[in-house]
Write a protein that binds this ligand. Sequence first.
Ligand code: E4P
Length: 220
Amino acid sequence: MKIFLDTANLESIKKFNDMGLLDGITTNPSLLSKEGGDPASMMKSITDIINGDVSLEVVSTNYDGMIQEGRDLRKYGSNVVVKVPMTPDGLKACKTLTSEGIPVNVTLIFSANQALLAAKSGAKYVSPFIGRLDDIGQNGMSLIEDIAKIFPMYDFETEILVASIRHPIHVVEAAKIGADVVTLPPAVLDKMLRHPLTDIGLKNFLADWEKLKEQNLGTK
Ligand code: E4P
């Protein structure tokens, strides 16, 4: 399963990329807005740092605007995947950009039917938002199960990119289902690499080593 980081924060991107954990990045207008600063320079920096797909989202809502923006976003790097919303214009833009060789991530997916249609339009990725479904009392992960059952029955090459992940258990569940990609907020990735028994074990190893050193000093 590929791991993407769901952020525009350059410090976090560098930190986890240096650990060899990142296969790509997803951004959206809210994540860029959270960082502040010049979005153009942030997007360029991210595409330069990451050796993998970087999703950059259009803000136009009509077909012509999405096409123009998509082509412009792609100029930031050959690893740019253009993110379009799951709307009629978004699907039309998905088909056109895909036919031009520009990969597309269809975002804001909340049903298996939406995922199916985005795949038919040629999307490289579909992004079902599981946390936001959980937030309204639905089961986000069962949507991933449905999509993962449907896609292999047909000829789609579209990958399931599990988005709106809120905690590490979501990641384990997505992995057990066989999702292609999870995109994680930095805080979730940070939690995944920690365990209290690791910290206690390391503390004890180091304390025992100190004891051994003191014993050896005593015998000299
Ligand atoms: C990723 O592509 C999405 O934009 C993101 O995961 C949305 O997450 P949120 O529901 O926490 O905003």
